[in-house]
Design a protein around this ligand. Structure first.
Ligand SMILES: CC(C)(COP(=O)(O)OP(=O)(O)OC[C@H]1O[C@@H](n2cnc3c(N)ncnc32)[C@H](O)[C@@H]1OP(=O)(O)O)[C@@H](O)C(=O)NCCC(=O)NCCS
Length: 155
């Protein structure tokens, strides 16, 4: 899809099996250790209301542009996955999805939010700081692939 095409409609919906081929393609380009199809299916079974995908319509064709997966754990919400397709980054989708997670959690009286992020992922850390998260801990060499530390962030 040409990145300069005009976007006509943006919708957020529950993730569906039909979204998975596009989600897996985004996941492979976005994450150093991409989730497998089975991991997405497990999340969709365990917590379907908290697996959301963003679709954009460009000249009558619909594309998955982003997705977010989170879980409620007691009185906390844990972010499990978030990615934005490369052509749609820096347009506020990540920020809006994080705010949506916050709103959905607030409606369930859940106000504590947490996540883990690679220490080198400056873009994501910037996004999370903008959403009110701060680093509260570190898990050394948490990510096996690069032996990279995880930062534990809370809001
Ligand atoms: C991280 C990611 C989700 C951000 O999504 P996005 O839709 O591009 O982000 P937004 O447009 O909502 O930007 C919100 C803020 O994030 C930060 N940010 C996003 N992209 C950035 C970049 N390339 N460089 C620096 N900061 C960046 C900025 O603070 C930005 O606020 P600003 O626009 O006022 O400067 C996206 O880059 C992505 O999918 N990355 C690959 C997957 C990933 O790292 N997921 C997180 C795993 S924990």
């Amino acid at each position: 899809m040409p990145p300069d095409e005009k976007t006509s409609r943006v919708t957020v919906d529950l993730m569906s099996a039909d979204d998975l081929p596009e989600i897996l393609a985004i996941e492979r380009e976005a994450q150093p250790a991409p989730w497998t199809e089975g991991m997405f299916i497990d999340e969709m079974k365990a917590s379907p209301a908290h697996c959301l995908s963003v679709r954009v319509e460009v000249q009558g064709r619909s594309f998955v542009a982003a997705y977010i997966i989170f879980r409620f754990v007691a009185d906390e919400v844990h972010l499990h996955n978030l990615a934005v397709r490369r052509e749609f980054r820096r347009q506020g989708l990540g920020f809006n999805l994080m705010n949506l997670m916050k709103d959905i959690a607030s409606q369930a009286n859940i106000f504590r939010r947490t996540l883990e992020v690679r220490a080198s992922n400056r873009k994501a850390i910037g996004l999370y700081e903008k959403c009110g998260f701060a680093v509260k801990g570190r898990r050394p060499r948490y990510y096996d692939d690069a032996k990279e530390d995880a930062l534990i962030m809370w809001a």
